[in-house]
Ligand binder design. Sequence first.
Ligand code: SF4
Ligand code: SF4
Length: 222
Amino acid sequence: MITGEQKPVEEIRQMIAPYKRILVLGCGSCVAECSAGGEKETAMLASALRMAARMNNEDVTIEEMTLDRQCVMQFVIQLDKVIDPYDAVLSLGCGAGVQAVAEMYPEVPIIPGLNTEFLGETKAQGEWAETCLGCGDCMLYHFGGICPLARCSKQILNGPCGGSVDGRCEVNPDIPCAWQLIIDRLDKFGGLDRLEDIYPPKDWSKKQGGGPRKIIREDQQK
Ligand code: SF4
Ligand code: SF4
């Protein structure tokens, strides 16, 4: 999933300051899973903004709604029925959601309420960790299911840096050394021989070398 964190309320207040009728728009997918922009967080932020406005004698209307997904046109189009009275939307979607809404309603300012962070997983209640950079050429087979791009602090592709202590990364002992994990895992499944080949320099052209990426599936377009 894509993770995000809410921007500080004061930063949000500065961005919405020019507007009088604001729709706070949540998203029920990834950002709900990471407790940043789901229905609950949207209601809480809208309420905090209303309270701050009232305390400052500001004449603004702040309302909220949550779409199931802000990055899918079929869901964004539901705003057709409600968007007219608002002069700005404060989106709690990820960066893709903000841009999808902005593309569909070019005449309305769409303001980001989150800082979009990374592709990752929920590790425990209140804990999310980065596990993938979306490189476009997955190497997880070679590295036993542990991504050295996302999880090794130095993004080393050919063996550990030598600085780990007790299996922890020398850059930050709070995180496990990705290379320790890679070796342990390959060893477990008899795959250590995969590391005998020198892994070539990463071909970043499959990430952003050709500009914004697109996936087109004709079989899905019929
Ligand atoms: S190798 Fe690339 S696609 Fe695979 S997990 Fe790592 S960054 Fe993601
Ligand atoms: S200690 Fe491990 S995870 Fe940290 S930079 Fe070195 S090889 Fe990468």
